[in-house]
Ligand binder design. Sequence first.
Ligand code: ADP
Length: 448
Amino acid sequence: MSQRILTVALESDKDVVLVRQRARQVSRLLGFAKQDQVRIATAVSEVARAACHGGCSARATFVLVDTPARQQLEVTVSAGAVSAKGSEGAAMADQALVTAHRLMDDCELVGGAGFTVRTRKALPLQVPVSASQLGQIATELAATPDVNSYEEVQQQNRELVETLAELRERQEDLLSLTRELEDTNRGIVALYAEIEDKAERLRRADEMKSRFLSNTSHELRTPLSSIRALSKLLLDRMDGELTPEQERQVFLISRTATEMSELVNDLLDLAKIEAGRVEAQPAPVVVENLFRALKGMMRPLVDTDSVELVFDNDGIDAPFESDETMLSQILRNFISNALKFTEQGSVRVSVEPGDTADTLRFAVTDTGIGIDAEHLHLIFEEFTQVENPLQRRSKGTGLGLPLCRRLAELLGGRVDVTSRPGVGSTFTLTLPRHFPYSPPASTRDPEP
Ligand code: ADP
């Protein structure tokens, strides 16, 4: 439904000023904001100017349209007869349409004879204008005298000044926003630099730690070897008989030196791996041979009265490619741990195809004390030992499993563990059957 508000006849250029003034009044009375009033007045007067160009008579009709969503102000400017406007008139009409498009919600050139343009703008969100309010608006419009051109120019000037001031304010806002963004950017850049600096320092500290560990370990290895050799000489009675007390003491020295050597060896291995100085030497590995060698090495540790050490090959006969020394070191560590923490039952070393065709899975399963779920993720961290009654009895450094994990990574595989306290644990090593690509030696750090 639409209700007419006002019609303005456009006979001459003077009426363009009038229609501008009326458009502003109508939009003000309908509740449009100041800026929208200026937009509507400008769009309507531009279209009206194009319609009256060359002395044509036209009219502008202001209507309130009720649409289901919102009420709209619709202004239709139509010049009845087609006039010979020429190219200047056509350019003016095009310009007016562009302006109206930009300033109103909707603008269309209605087809047919003559020049008719219909533009619309939705009313602000508020209580809809009722018929009685519309009556009041019509009365008010009728009571408002027409202003003269001079006053309208003054009004336009005021609007221009206001718009300029607003523009300047926005520009200043934009400038301060840009400055704020620049500051934030600078802050972020500084933070990045700081993070990079910290990362570099951490890397250097890590390098220094590895170097320190390997140097210290080297320095300790020689005197420890001497202590072990000398105490062996004494225990072998090369320098004469020992009293029982002397023998006990020398044995203690020898055992402590052996434990320290193990610690130093583990530390050295870890430091070398961390410094990237250890490389796997892949070669064909046959499971049977590997298991036979392990059996020989581990036999002295097995208390055959209470624990059984079993090797079980589930059909892996074909040789696979890996570094046998590293692989053996990992399995030895799993087996010696399993024997340390199993008082009764068995330790089973097995191998079977992995989840994918190109992998193998070694497993060391024991029937020992097991590990609590809360400690499972800790045991691969350096120097971690879980408190338990067997722990005190057994030696250990807390470096075996971290070393296993690093060695497994060097072999292109990984280690995992599952365990139930009181039931036992299973440590697995998953390896590729073919050794993964390793970068040529020239791209690695040279040996010092
Ligand atoms: P170490 O054996 O020298 O103490 P590891 O890094 O090899 O060091 O093992 C860390 C800890 O993990 C052990 O001290 C022990 O508490 C726990 N652990 C390892 N293997 C087992 C196992 N098979 N059963 C129970 N606990 C184990």
